[in-house]
Design a protein around this ligand. Structure first.
Ligand code: IPM
Ligand code: MG
Length: 407
């Protein structure tokens, strides 16, 4: 059959459907902005009598490494767990099997439980993608960050002997991720995704980065975008940064495009000058993997997802299902999630315990290295590593040992 040219070109039905879909996205985002406008301030944990830490094992090696981090938390918080100020609670059901069965990124009953916690320690969760064995539901990470409004993804990377001390502030709820699973296949030929930047969303992450730069004494913020090409959303991010910077006259700032920034992170002459880096979601995702790799691998970095009412702490790596399939899960490196547990302690006001943990991890993983993790039976188990960290924490001379190595 010969189709008339006019008929072949008629996409009015698809266009109408796409417009309707776009309209729904706009309504959702405008409603979201209303909520952002009325959000309160950050919770002050120091004033709370009771703090609930939810522990989510996740998928693959998640339950194995999370168990080790939980032991370290229980060790450091023993007194306050006994007194009842701290409660550690296991949250089940955030597994790919259950998520696929419910066809939800976070099953409703799990979300109810998560919302009863103040802070969450979370193992990696499998992110389905088109064509694999799971239904292509949204990533549990992305969904949790949105559901609990965890807008600041804070990822520190430090390589002391190279003078590197970076803290990345990745925007965590907008950009290409906000409606990343709501793009449209207009027809077989045309696929469209959406990128979201709001004034409120850009401002709060940029302010968080400048606040941190000021309070930590680092006093230098680098804003990363691709505003020369992605003019509207990245342009808004950069313009917002220009305006916010005026409120921090004693914090120096500069801006870089993501492509050259990616190169400069491996420029040994330049990279020490970066301190606090703030950037939209996707660039932050990519560059924090690069930075973690420079530090010793993605398994070595912790990650905090901070909102005004909740916060979630996780490893930056994935669930490594292959390690489980090959029977090696007990050899998985728990240091990333133990670092995340350290960030959790700091966030809820246990600064001293957190600093002690940072020192102990550095002594164990960087200096003394009495145990080495290889991910295989020729290396230590995660359980032995956690024990090594706790033994190191219990040493009276931890400060001296640390000072000896870190000089
Ligand atoms: C991360 C991860 C996630 C992300 C994935 C699992 C959705 O890569 O935390 O960086 O892209 O944010
Ligand atoms: Mg990532």
């Amino acid at each position: 059959m010969i189709i008339a040219w006019e008929e072949r070109m008629d996409h009015s039905k698809e266009i109408a459907a796409a417009k309707e879909h776009f309209g729904k996205i706009l309504t959702e985002q405008l409603e979201r902005i209303d909520r952002l406008k009325s959000e309160g301030d950050f919770v002050d944990y120091a004033r709370k009598e009771h703090i609930v830490i939810g522990v989510v094992g996740g998928d693959g090696i998640g339950p194995f490494i999370t168990r080790e981090a939980q032991k370290v938390l229980e060790y450091l918080l023993a007194d306050d767990i006994k007194s009842g100020r701290i409660e550690i609670k296991a949250i089940d059901g955030l597994t790919i099997e259950n998520r696929a069965a419910c066809m939800q990124a976070i099953p409703d009953d799990v979300l109810v439980e998560l919302k009863k916690c103040d802070v969450i320690l979370k193992g990696p969760t499998t992110t389905p993608r088109e064509g694999d064995q799971w239904p292509n539901i949204e990533s549990a990470n992305v969904a949790m960050r949105k559901a609990l409004d965890l807008f600041a993804n804070v990822r520190p990377v430090s390589i002391p002997d190279q003078g590197i001390d970076w803290t990345f502030y990745r925007e965590n709820t907008e950009g290409g991720y906000a409606v990343g699973s709501q793009g449209v296949h207009i027809d077989d030929d045309l696929a469209i995704d959406f990128v979201v930047a709001t004034q409120q969303g850009s401002e709060r992450i940029i302010r968080a980065a400048f606040d941190y730069a000021q309070k930590s004494g680092k006093k230098k913020v680098t804003v990363v975008t691709k505003a020369n090409v992605i003019k509207t959303t990245d342009g808004k991010f950069l313009d917002t940064a220009k305006a916010v910077a005026k409120d921090y006259p004693d914090v120096e700032w500069d801006d870089w495009y993501i492509d050259i920034m990616t190169a400069k992170l491996v420029d040994e002459k330049r990279r020490q000058q970066f301190k606090v880096v703030v950037l939209p979601n996707l660039y932050g995702d990519i560059i924090t993997d690069e930075a973690a790799e420079l530090q010793g691998g993605v398994g070595t970095a912790g990650s905090a997802n901070i909102g005004k009412h909740y916060a979630m702490f996780e490893a930056i790596h994935g669930s490594a299902p292959r390690m489980v399939d090959e029977g090696r899960a007990q050899y998985a490196d728990p240091s990333s999630i133990i670092k995340a547990a350290g960030m959790l302690l700091d966030h809820i006001g246990y600064h001293e315990a957190s600093q002690k943990l940072t020192k102990a991890i550095e002594v164990c993983s960087e200096y003394e290295k009495k145990l080495v993790l290889t991910g295989r039976p020729d290396g230590a188990t995660g359980d032995a590593y956690a024990q090594y960290v706790m033994d190191t924490l219990s040493r009276d001379d931890l400060n001296e040992i640390y000072a000896f190595y870190a000089k």
